[in-house]
Design a protein around this ligand. Structure first.
Ligand code: ATP
Length: 292
């Protein structure tokens, strides 16, 4: 059984269609990247899955059940977002105690080690934490909860580069020891490219891409070389982007590139290189918007 199954999922807010006929599944023990531009529908999707809102139409199942007002299913999920609100007067240590009561798989020792890693002041009022500290507290709760399904909705916006790397390292190590389903919603695609096993790309409420990251990497390539040969090589392919500098052209192509194709490119003097995950996502999103 899938952890999450969505079929024809649609969510409207008045005349805004935040999610438009979206179908996908989240499987056990995988790290997903939920990607997309501002307003693409990422938060809305996570809110529906975590029972914070009702669907307009379509089917949505969380551990085989309807998520809305389903405490049993929701206990198995943790949703960490940047704008997390805590009760007034709560200190860091109180948040951890509350989380320990809430999440069945909570690992207190792990939580305490993360508090040390992130230099979080245990006795400080959470409302007086810096932005980065608030993010670090969210990350700590999200990791130590060890929920079967974990959502991180850009919780690391305030974290500096060192703290973000710490988060990625801890996530990967803990995931290896305790596999589960993790969804990272992020704009920092290149930073998480090595973590993400599967990409879900939303664009204006539509699911533009649902693919293993490896597959995506091998399917979007830059071909660079003399203009005439590159253009001929590209003629039978989907060109996502083209740029020219003097007589040299670089095109971003989508398709499968087997060994024969690679050899052909080499013989023609074309440099064929996979683009980064971030570039692939940007190009695919732009291409869709261009054809609309
Ligand atoms: N409660 C609401 N009422 C009206 N419109 C809403 C509401 N919540 C979301 N929307 C709209 O739905 C669309 C999707 O928003 P959503 O927050 O899901 O995007 P997102 O991909 O998370 O964006 P970002 O990366 O900027 O956080 C946007 O057009 C947004 O304005």
């Amino acid at each position: 059984m899938s952890v999450v199954a969505a079929a024809g999922l649609t969510k409207r807010f008045g005349d805004v269609t935040a999610l438009d006929d979206v179908s996908f599944s989240l499987e056990e023990n995988a790290i997903y990247g939920l990607l997309g531009r501002n307003g693409a529908g990422k938060t809305t999707l996570m809110q529906l899955i975590t029972g914070q809102n009702t669907v307009t139409s379509g089917e949505l199942r969380l551990f085989g059940e309807h998520p809305f007002e389903n405490e049993q299913a929701l206990m198995r999920v943790v949703f960490i977002k940047e704008s997390q609100k805590y009760p007034s007067g709560y200190k860091v240590k109180h948040v951890l105690t509350m989380a320990g009561r809430l999440f069945p798989n909570w690992d207190e020792e792990f939580a305490q080690s993360l508090v040390d890693d992130f230099n979080l002041p245990r006795n400080r009022d959470v409302r007086k934490l810096s932005r980065g500290m608030t993010s670090a507290l969210g990350v700590t709760v999200g990791l130590a909860a060890r929920a079967e399904l974990t959502f991180f909705d850009e919780p690391y916006l305030g974290l500096d580069a060192v703290a973000r790397q710490l988060f990625y390292d801890r996530l990967l190590a803990d995931y290896a020891a305790h596999p589960r389903t993790v969804v990272l919603s992020t704009h920092l695609i290149d930073e998480v490219a090595d973590l993400i096993e599967h990409v879900l790309l939303l664009d204006k409420g539509k699911l533009l891409l649902d693919a293993p990251s490896e597959e995506l990497r091998g399917e979007v390539m830059d071909a660079t070389g003399p203009a005439a040969v590159v253009d001929e090589f590209a003629a039978s392919r989907l060109v996502l982007h083209r740029e020219q500098l003097g007589g040299t052209v670089r095109v971003t192509l989508r398709g499968s590139f087997d060994n024969a194709e690679r050899l052909k490119a080499k013989k023609l003097g074309i440099d064929l290189e996979p683009v980064s995950l971030q570039q692939a996502v940007v190009r695919l999103t732009m291409e869709r918007n261009a054809v609309r």
